[in-house]
Design a protein around this ligand. Structure first.
Ligand SMILES: Nc1ncnc2c1ncn2[C@@H]1O[C@H](COP(=O)(O)OP(=O)(O)OP(=O)(O)O)[C@@H](O)[C@H]1O
Ligand SMILES: [Mg+2]
Length: 232
C-alpha cells in the first residue's frame, strides 16, 4: 500500500434526502481523511448524520455530491461488482445489534466470511481460531449467539469483522446495547486492532466516556464535521 495516499478520504461529501416537500441535508461538504492505524470516533446528536456518513464511506449509499476515495480510488464510481469486492476484502462491519446468524455457533459465524471468500478448510480453521482468540472468545466458540451475553456477542461480531484482515472496520454504535464495562472492553479491542494489526477503526458513539480511547474524535453538528481537540 502506498504511504502518501490516505487510506480513506471524503471530498466535499454531501447527502440530501428528499422526503416529500421537506428535504433533509444531514451532511454538507464533508472533508475527512482517515490514515492507516487510526482509531476514529464520530459523535453527534441523534439524527446528525453519523450513520449516513458511515454508509457513504463504506459504499453502502451514494452521496448527492462529492467523493469518497479509498487509496485514491473513487468508491462512488465503482460498479456493483467492484463495490462487492471492496466491501468483502477491504472492509469489516460491526453493528449495534450484533447481526450474528442465530443458528450458527460463534466459530461458524466467523468462519462463514472465509467460506464466502473461498478460503480452504485448514486456513479457514486457523484464521477463525486466531480471530476468536484475539477477542478472547475461543472458549465459547461452540456456543450459539443466544447462549452468549451482549458483550460476548459483540466480541464474536468483531472477530467476524476482522477475520478477512480488512483495512478498515466500520462500527455503527457498537456499544449502544452494552453496559459501561463491556463498552470499555469493546473499545479496548478496537484500540488493540489499530495498534497490533494496523487496522483503521471508524466508529460512531453517543458515549462521551469512551472517546478518550480513540486517537481522533470528530463531531457532526448542523451537517458539518468538526475535529474535537483532546482535553486530556
Ligand atoms: N433513507 C432516508 N430517507 C430520508 N431521510 C433519512 C434517511 N436516512 C436518514 N435520514 C435522515 O437523515 C438524518 C441523519 O440520519 P442518520 O441516521 O445518519 O443519523 P444518526 O446521527 O446516525 O442518528 P442516531 O444517533 O439516531 O443513529 C436524519 O434526520 C434522518 O431522519
Ligand atoms: Mg445512527
Amino acid at each position: 500500500m502506498s504511504t502518501d495516499i490516505p487510506l480513506l478520504e471524503t471530498k466535499l461529501l454531501s447527502k440530501t434526502f428528499d422526503a416529500g416537500e421537506d428535504s433533509i441535508q444531514p451532511l454538507q461538504s464533508i472533508n475527512f481523511t482517515a490514515k492507516s492505524g487510526n482509531f476514529i470516533a464520530i459523535m453527534g446528536p441523534s439524527g446528525s448524520g453519523k450513520t449516513t456518513l458511515l454508509n457513504l464511506m463504506a459504499g453502502l449509499d451514494k452521496p448527492t455530491d462529492g467523493k469518497v476515495l479509498f487509496e485514491g480510488k473513487d468508491v462512488v464510481q465503482m460498479s456493483e461488482k467492484e463495490l462487492t469486492q471492496f466491501r468483502r476484502h477491504s472492509l469489516g462491519f460491526v453493528f449495534q445489534s450484533f447481526m450474528l446468524m442465530p443458528l450458527l455457533s460463534a466459530f461458524e459465524n466467523v468462519e462463514l466470511v472465509l467460506r464466502i471468500a473461498g478460503v480452504g478448510a485448514s486456513q479457514r480453521k486457523d484464521r477463525t481460531l486466531k480471530a476468536l482468540e484475539m477477542v478472547g472468545m475461543s472458549h465459547r466458540m461452540n456456543h450459539r449467539p443466544h447462549e452468549l451475553s451482549g458483550g460476548e456477542k459483540q466480541r464474536v461480531a468483531i472477530a467476524r469483522a476482522t477475520v478477512s484482515d480488512p483495512y478498515i472496520i466500520f462500527a455503527d454504535e457498537p456499544t449502544a446495547e452494552l453496559d459501561s464495562i463491556n463498552a470499555q472492553a469493546i473499545f479496548s479491542i478496537f484500540k488493540q486492532l489499530t495498534i497490533e494489526k494496523g487496522m483503521t477503526v471508524i466508529t460512531t458513539t453517543h458515549d462521551a466516556t469512551l472517546i478518550d480511547m480513540a486517537s481522533e474524535v470528530y463531531e457532526i453538528r448542523d451537517g458539518v464535521l468538526h475535529r474535537k481537540v483532546a482535553t486530556n
